[in-house]
Design a protein around this ligand. Structure first.
Ligand code: SER
Length: 313
């Protein structure tokens, strides 16, 4: 991996991924793209292109000009947003993926795209969820993710595209807040703890979901992309998670730093329903075994760095 084009580069993952890849591979070797121009300073004056992932022609033109060897396709609508307009979600999530895979096929690019714990559903085993198991998601996001996993496998088998991917849990970061996800509470809670000393959670008390700190997520992407293909028995849909947590657990950890922190609840039935349809804790054994997935942040360490970083903003 030497020269990389990224779609959805202004999103929660894309923003930090762009920064990390630039640091590692050089600014001139990373082309972030998104549907809109960047607002913040971070990307100003550096290579950046506006790209709507539904526009296959422009995607190919950018690749033909920039000549990357790798595409990281991050553009996607998250679970709660997708539920509000499922047809539109299909267009962006599936239409965008098909265009990205076609571009990767035509130009011989290595390819990464994330799947999610959203690819599981209510009939999936909830604890220690294996990588290969029942996948009958009940959200449009989940339908898109399962179809995406299969499509990436298909492009590898049928066309020899070097597709790789993981199932991310909720990702927690302080650089860019997520938007429209079911796991977003676990980011908001840190920002609100410092802004107001309190948070009202839309996810109920004891609802466990898998989560991971963004640094570990970015490391996982790079590790998987740089893994020797001979090591990989699977290609896509690796389960990865660093912790299984619920709002009470996060609040208790925050109270070690902000003793008066208050947490109450105003449960959103849509997002709660989505959360309940997902596993409580997935099993990341295959990712560890096949390419050395090794997350460094647990809830305690993540809480420390999140609060510290937000305080310094
Ligand atoms: N964080 C995502 C969401 O909540 C899960 O992949 O939609």
């Amino acid at each position: 991996m030497e020269r990389i084009i990224i779609t959805g580069a202004l999103g929660q993952i894309g923003t930090e991924l762009t920064l990390k890849l630039r640091e590692k591979y050089g600014e001139e070797n990373v082309l972030p793209t998104d549907i809109k121009e960047p607002e913040g300073e971070a990307l100003k004056g550096k290579p950046f292109e506006v790209l709507d992932v539904r526009d296959q022609e422009r995607m190919k033109a950018l690749v033909s000009e920039f000549k990357p060897d790798t595409m990281m396709h991050m553009a996607s609508l998250l679970s709660a947003t997708a539920e509000k307009n499922p047809q539109f979600a299909w267009e962006i999530n599936m239409g965008g993926l098909v265009n990205a895979l076609e571009t990767a096929r035509e130009f011989g690019l290595k390819f990464f795209t994330p799947s999610s714990i959203g690819a599981f559903g209510p009939s999936t085993p909830k604890e220690n969820t294996p990588q290969v198991t029942i996948q009958r998601p009940t959200t449009m996001y989940g339908v898109n993710k399962v179809a995406g996993e299969l499509l990436c496998d298909y492009y590898h088998e049928k066309f020899g595209v070097d597709t790789r991917g993981v199932r991310f849990p909720g990702l927690i970061s302080h650089v860019k807040e997520p938007g429209g996800g079911t796991t977003d509470y676990a980011v908001e809670i840190y920002f609100e703890a410092l802004r107001n000393g309190r948070y009202t959670s839309f996810i109920d008390k004891s609802t466990n979901m898998d989560m991971m700190y963004m640094d570990d997520a970015i490391d996982a992407i790079i590790k998987l992309m740089e893994a020797d293909p001979g090591q990989l028995k699977d290609r896509n849909a690796f389960n990865v998670s660093a912790m299984s947590i619920n709002p009470e657990m996060v609040a208790n950890e925050i109270r070690k730093h902000i003793p008066d922190f208050e947490l109450d609840y105003d449960v959103d039935p849509v997002r709660q329903g989505i959360a309940e349809s997902w596993p409580n804790a997935i099993d990341s054994t295959e990712a560890k075994r096949q390419w050395g997935f090794d997350p460094r942040y647990d809830l305690e360490k993540m809480t420390e760095v999140m609060l510290e970083a937000i305080r310094n903003k």
